[in-house]
Design a protein around this ligand. Structure first.
Ligand code: XIL
Length: 320
C-alpha cells in the first residue's frame, strides 16, 4: 500500500534538458526505473507544452509510452499536471482567446487527457503551484485564474472527477512541506472547497530541498492537519541539491547531510498514515533538472551517473 516513485526523465523533447531522451535511449536507466520503483510520474510528458503542440491537437505518444512501461512493470502512475501557470504553449497564452473559449479549452483538455488514461492513473496533480510563497493566489501569472477567476480551480477538479472517478485528485506545490503562509493558504482553500462538495482527495508537497536552506520544520504536523480534513497526502518531487562548482564532486559531509534530508522526508511520510507515496524527482544526477535550473547547485539525486548508489540511496533503503 505504499508507493516509492520517481519522475521519468525525457520522453520527447525539452529545450531545458541538455541530453538525449533517456527513457527511449538508455537501457541501464530503464532497468533501474523498472526495478527500484513501484510508481512513476511523467516529469514533463503530461504537461501542456508536451501534450498540446498546436490548438486542437493532442500528442500522446511520449505519455502513452510511460503509462505502458508502468503497466508492464506493475507500477502505478502519477499524472502531472492539468492546471499550472508554467509550461503552457504559446498558442494558448498568446492566442487572444475569449474567456468562454479558454474555459472550453481547459474543459476539453481535462476531459480528453484524464479520460484517455482513465483507470491507469493513481493520482492526478489537478492543480499545481497555484499559490506563491506568500500564500497569494497566482492571479497574474496563472492564465486560468487570471482570465477565469479562482472558481476555475474547482471546475478543474469536477471535470477531472467526471473523466476518471477512481483517480485521486491532488493539489501539489513546493515550499509547503512545513506550516507556513503558503500551506496555510492551501489549508483554508481546501477546507472551503470540501465544504462546497468539490472533489479534492489529496494534498502533496513536492519536496525540492536544498542544503542551503535547511530541513523544513513541521512536516508531519503539516501532513496530519490535511489528513484531519479527510485528505490523502503524498510527497511527490523530492530532491536535495547542494552547492557545487561545475565539475566538482560533493564532499562526504554534503553527501551525509543529503542522505539525512532524504531519510527525514521519507520517515516523515511513513510516520503519517495518510501519506501514501514518496516520489523522487529523478534518480540519477546526469538527468536531473537541478543543474539546469539552479546553476551553482547540483548532485541532487540518489545515484551517481553510472547508477551506483549514494549514501542517500542507502538511507532510504534503511528506512523501508
Ligand atoms: C521541471 C522538470 O523537471 C524540468 O525538466 C522542466 O524543464 C521544468 O519542470 N515543480 C514541478 C515540476 O511541479 O513540474 C517541475 O519539473 C519542477 C518543479
Amino acid at each position: 500500500g505504499f508507493f516509492i516513485g520517481t519522475a521519468v526523465a525525457g520522453g520527447g523533447h525539452h529545450e531545458d534538458q541538455p541530453y538525449p531522451d533517456p527513457f527511449s535511449s538508455d537501457q541501464p536507466y530503464r532497468n533501474v526505473l523498472a526495478k527500484e520503483f513501484n510508481s512513476v510520474s511523467a516529469e514533463n510528458q503530461m504537461k501542456w507544452d508536451f501534450l498540446r503542440p498546436e490548438p486542437g491537437v493532442y500528442r500522446f505518444g511520449p505519455a502513452d509510452d510511460i503509462v505502458a512501461f508502468a503497466k508492464r512493470n506493475n507500477q502505478v502512475v502519477r499524472g502531472h499536471t492539468l492546471l499550472w501557470h508554467s509550461q503552457n504553449p504559446a498558442w494558448l497564452t498568446e492566442g487572444g482567446y475569449t474567456k468562454a473559449q479558454l474555459k472550453q479549452i481547459l474543459r476539453d483538455h481535462i476531459r480528453t487527457v484524464v479520460g484517455r488514461y482513465k483507470g491507469k492513473i493513481q493520482q492526478w496533480d489537478v492543480a499545481n503551484e497555484i499559490f506563491d510563497d506568500q500564500g497569494v493566489l497566482r492571479s497574474q501569472d496563472n492564465i486560468w485564474i487570471r482570465e477565469l477567476g479562482p472558481g476555475i480551480v474547482a471546475d478543474a477538479f469536477r471535470w477531472a472527477r467526471q473523466a476518471d472517478p477512481k483517480a485521486k485528485l491532488y493539489f501539489n506545490d513546493y515550499n509547503v512541506e512545513g506550516i507556513n503562509a503558503k500551506s496555510n493558504a492551501y489549508y483554508a482553500l481546501i477546507q472551503d472547497l470540501l465544504a462546497q462538495g468539490v472533489p479534492v482527495d489529496g494534498f502533496s508537497t513536492q519536496g525540492h530541498l536544498s542544503l542551503r536552506y535547511g530541513f523544513p520544520g513541521d512536516l508531519t504536523d503539516n501532513l496530519r492537519r490535511f489528513a484531519r480534513l479527510g485528505l490523502e497526502t503524498a510527497i511527490t518531487e523530492v530532491d536535495v541539491r547542494m552547492d557545487l562548482a561545475p565539475g566538482a564532486t560533493p564532499t562526504p559531509e554534503q553527501l551525509a547531510k543529503q542522505a539525512e534530508y532524504y531519510q527525514r522526508m521519507l520517515d516523515g511520510c511513513l510516520s503519517v498514515s495518510s501519506c501514501n507515496s514518496f516520489t523522487i524527482w529523478g534518480f540519477v544526477d546526469k538527468y536531473s533538472w537541478v543543474p539546469v535550473f539552479f546553476p551553482s547547485e547540483g548532485a541532487a539525486t540518489i545515484m551517481w551517473d553510472d547508477f551506483s548508489r549514494k549514501p542517500a540511496y542507502h538511507a532510504l533503503r534503511d528506512s523501508l
